[in-house]
Design a protein around this ligand. Structure first.
Ligand code: FES
Length: 236
């Protein structure tokens, strides 16, 4: 221990005596640590951290290249691939073209989210159950969407994390919010408002929200939404 302490003091004295060398060593170390951290962040995000889906190791991205660059694929080609495929359980495609965009609010920060248009098998390919409901029974379950939502929320264990997201007509959003609250689950809704300016100036898109003081405060959907926490909205 005594020797180590002496070595440390000797090293410190040498560093103070030669500031040029010290500066070079510190900068070299800082660059090395920074580069290693950046590299690990990329490797961890791209290679090590699994995708948040069941059996993520079975998911494969199929694409085509054009002049050495990965490029998009047209719908006819995708349909051809899907019809000819013998190795995949399900194949799905997606496009950000025409997908909705918006801010997901809730908690302390809003997050910008890009929506995607997806093909019918998209959720099945990811191992996510899709429940389809139609009021006339022409596809999926016959009835309104709130009934299967209520049933599924009732089946989830209290400790299982659940978030309800809803978009659609206001009456349906209110019903989804009430159902989520009944089961003690958080719910985010995408409110539909007439956008006059989209910049926060015309106040045509206000949504009444519950204020912390217990009163009412109005937020502008174009600035604070359109996705808002359902339990803070005053629905009536
Ligand atoms: S659209 Fe004008 S304030 Fe929101």
């Amino acid at each position: 221990m005594q020797t180590l302490w002496q070595d440390l003091r000797y090293g410190a004295r040498m560093l103070v005596k030669k500031p040029g060398f010290t500066l070079t060593a510190v900068v070299t170390l800082a660059l090395g640590v920074g580069a290693t951290t950046a590299l690990f962040t990329v490797v961890n995000a791209v290679l090590l951290r699994p995708l948040p889906y069941p059996e993520a190791d079975r998911l494969v991205y199929v694409g085509q290249t054009y002049s050495g660059e990965l490029s998009g694929t047209g719908e006819p080609k995708f349909i051809f691939w899907r019809e000819q495929s013998q190795s995949f359980e399900a194949m799905a495609c997606y496009s950000s073209y025409g997908g909705a965009r918006g801010n997901l609010a809730g908690g302390d920060e809003a997050e910008y989210a890009q929506g995607l248009r997806v093909s019918e098998d998209f959720f099945r390919a990811l191992g996510v159950e899709l429940v389809l409901t139609t009021e006339d029974g022409s596809a999926g379950e016959h009835g309104r969407v709130i009934a299967p939502l209520d049933r599924r929320l009732a089946l989830r264990a209290p400790e299982a994390p659940v978030m309800v997201y809803a978009c659609g007509p206001e009456g349906m959003l209110a019903a989804a919010a009430r159902t989520a609250m009944k089961h003690g689950r958080p719910c985010q809704v995408s409110v539909e408002r007439i956008m006059g300016c989209g910049l926060g100036g015309c106040y045509s898109c206000v949504v009444p929200m519950r204020a912390e003081s217990g009163g009412v405060h109005h937020v502008r959907s174009c600035i604070s939404g359109p996705v808002l926490p359902a339990d803070e909205i005053l629905w009536d």
